[in-house]
Design a protein around this ligand. Structure first.
Ligand code: CS2
Length: 505
């Protein structure tokens, strides 16, 4: 099969959309750190629509991979082109996809191969926006407080080697320093990660880091660069070989790394851009003055429910989100978790029908054409739980309201950390704090063995809840929280996922 690239772009069937603007004239106005599936299925899709609609060719994307060369190796022979397959099922339940070749990614640099080239890209006169999808752990922050982890190996490395950084903050701050020194215009730093107040969080971390490099630089950044907050939403699972085979057959060309996602897309972004922006509104983005209420809604409903489903589903041996949500007891649990315990904590959003939002979300999870793996969502729990579940828990505790269903989600994470599911299959705990969590697991079992049998689960939960990077300094000493999670952990251990859910329906 011939490869997808600039020369074969005319070959796919007419139903496959493709760039109609002059790709050769595209400038790299955006530098994007973290060229994973999510960015290629979300930001790039919206940006592509903006390029088509506006014809403003300043906004091509220069991609940067901070770690591996895989994406570059797949896309370089394709001139940066790749296919986005949006999948759902038709009325008869048959999977279908619409295919589009995306052209706005101009190339991918692999940071460890040439960090100076990445800095030069950030400090290029054409660069106006530096956007990021580096996942929660890429921010080198304490997940419970949002503060910079000054002891993080990437932070230590980048402070010592500003000319050859390896972490997100090091690249941003050294790149901005070059811009300042060269008298170039400031840029917008745009976080597209699932973190609360992601723009404010990023601003705080960048300024803290810059302050350690040069207080004058920190002042320049604070005064001139902008850090809009944004809420991003589209389910984009990791691409599988089966996805590749399907896309390639439909295309009649080999695309080494297509991206598969749902049709649904939301992007609410603060209209605060230091050096202009593309017309992303034509591609489905909504510009607002304050994105935070939208972020809270999305992180607590979509991601909170996702994580709950992932830990319960993975523990019960349900490998994909659609299979998990097709289990009636899990479906009912999620519905009630959202309506009874999450929804009452959400800020009012004029015009939002929360019931419809919840129903649509359950339909999105049920999409069988995505095969989103529960194990993928279960990754990096230490970085995800605080904003997905624990903020909601705190609000409920402060209101004196029940937290039983939230506690089940937290207990499911603790249970998942044992590394084995109910079918006896082992799974690796992929988490930047995996070593510390493994120590907690050992400590929890020791504490349980030393406790009265009736208090064993409380002893276990007490050990975990004292882990401040996840639970802060408050939840570990909250007796209500500890006992609610302990009750659910005991049910999971003694009864298993299905019976626990059936008993609580
Ligand atoms: C998921 C998210 O992997 C995860 O943790 O919860 O990637 C989720 O699919 C997206 O945030 C949906 O917008």
């Amino acid at each position: 099969m011939p490869r997808l690239n600039a020369e074969t772009l005319a070959a796919p069937p007419p139903a496959v959309a493709r760039p109609s603007y002059d790709r050769a004239a595209l400038e790299a106005g955006i530098v994007h750190l973290g060229v994973g599936a999510f960015q290629r299925g979300h930001l790039a899709a919206v940006n592509e629509a903006a390029l088509h609609a506006s014809g403003d060719l300043r906004w091509g994307i220069a991609g940067v991979s901070l770690r591996s060369a895989e994406t570059r190796d797949a896309l370089a022979p394709q001139d940066g082109l790749y296919t986005l397959a949006l999948r759902d099922v038709d009325e008869a339940g048959m999977p279908r996809a619409s295919l589009q070749v995306i052209g706005c990614l101009l190339g991918v640099q692999v940071a460890p191969e040439d960090p100076a080239a990445v800095l030069a890209r950030i400090a290029h006169p054409a660069t106006r926006i530096v956007s990021l999808t580096v996942t929660e752990k890429g921010y080198c922050h304490d997940p419970a407080t949002g503060a910079l982890r000054a002891d993080h190996p990437d932070v230590l490395h980048d402070l010592a080697r500003p000319d050859a950084p390896r972490g997100t903050l090091g690249f941003l701050v050294s790149g901005l320093r070059l811009r300042q020194l060269r008298g170039l215009a400031p840029v917008t730093l745009l976080s597209l990660d699932n973190l609360p107040s992601n723009g404010h969080l990023l601003r705080g971390l960048v300024l803290d880091f810059a302050q350690r490099v040069d207080p004058q630089l920190a002042r320049w950044i604070a005064e001139h660069c902008s850090f809009p907050c944004s809420m991003v939403d589209r389910i984009v699972p990791r691409t599988t070989d089966a996805d590749r085979a399907q896309v390639n057959t439909a295309l009649g060309l080999e695309d080494a790394w297509p991206v598969v996602g749902e049709r649904f897309l939301e992007w609410v972004v603060e209209d605060d851009f230091a050096a202009g922006r593309p017309a992303w509104d034509v591609g489905g983005a909504r510009f607002v003055a304050d994105a935070r209420p939208f972020e809270t809604l999305k992180l607590r409903m979509v991601n909170g429910a996702h994580s709950a489903l992932a830990y319960l589903g993975a523990t019960a041996g349900l490998d994909t989100v659609d299979r998990a949500v097709a289990t009636p007891a899990l479906h009912r649990y999620l519905d009630r978790l959202m309506s009874e315990e999450i929804a009452p904590t959400l800020p009012a959003l004029p015009g939002l029908d929360l019931d419809a939002y919840r129903r649509r979300l359950l339909e999105r999870f049920a999409n069988p054409a995505l095969a989103h793996r529960t194990a993928q969502i279960a990754m990096d729990g230490s970085q995800k739980l605080p904003q997905r579940l624990l903020g909601t828990v705190r609000d409920r505790l402060a209101a004196g309201a029940s937290i039983d269903r939230l506690a089940l989600a937290v207990a499911a994470w603790l249970h998942y950390l044992r590394g084995v599911d109910e079918l006896g299959r082992r799974h690796e705990i992929q988490d930047p704090l995996a070593d510390a969590l493994a120590e907690r697991c050992t400590g929890a079992e020791r504490a349980a063995a030393a406790a009265e049998p009736a208090h064993a689960d409380e002893a276990r939960v007490t050990v975990f809840a004292a882990f401040a990077p996840v639970f802060g300094n408050d939840l570990g000493s909250n007796a209500h929280f500890v006992s609610a999670v302990a009750t659910q952990l005991r049910a999971l251990r003694e009864l298993g996922v299905h019976k626990t859910l059936a008993d609580q329906a």
